[in-house]
Design a protein around this ligand. Sequence first.
Ligand code: 5GP
Ligand code: ZN
Length: 137
Amino acid sequence: MREENCIFCKILSGEIPSTTVYEDQDFKAILDVNPAARGHVIILPKNHAANIFELPDEDAAKIMPVAKKIATAVKKAYNCDGINILQNNGEAAGQTVFHLHVHILPRFKNDTVNVNWLQGEMPEDLDLIAEEIKAYL
Ligand code: 5GP
Ligand code: ZN
């Protein structure tokens, strides 16, 4: 499955060059060309899915072990203090390339990478919130 005009599909087909760090039957992991830190890797499913909502369960099940493998290698390579594993869905969430990908982002104490949010007050209606979500499960 490939989508016309998708940058990551073009990377997967070799039409656009990339630097591969890992590849198997289902995924290719490449260096991000505009990294937030040295060793910033993105994992691309070989079959096009725009986002998590389109991702087949089989790929969803397989992608976390790949993320773990790469995160472990990146941690050893750069001796970083931490790693963020991020996956953005939708423009509002920061997604800029609409072919699902998982970021493996090395972090260091006092680095300038910002993936944080301000913690809100504890809602008084936690049970209601849970019900609002459970209605769609
Ligand atoms: P998003 O913001 O969608 O979660 O992440 C997209 C990521 O893809 C960005 O970190 C961006 O630097 C990276 N990116 C965009 N175009 C290319 C490209 O042509 N090659 C590679 N390797 N990374 C890209
Ligand atoms: Zn694609």
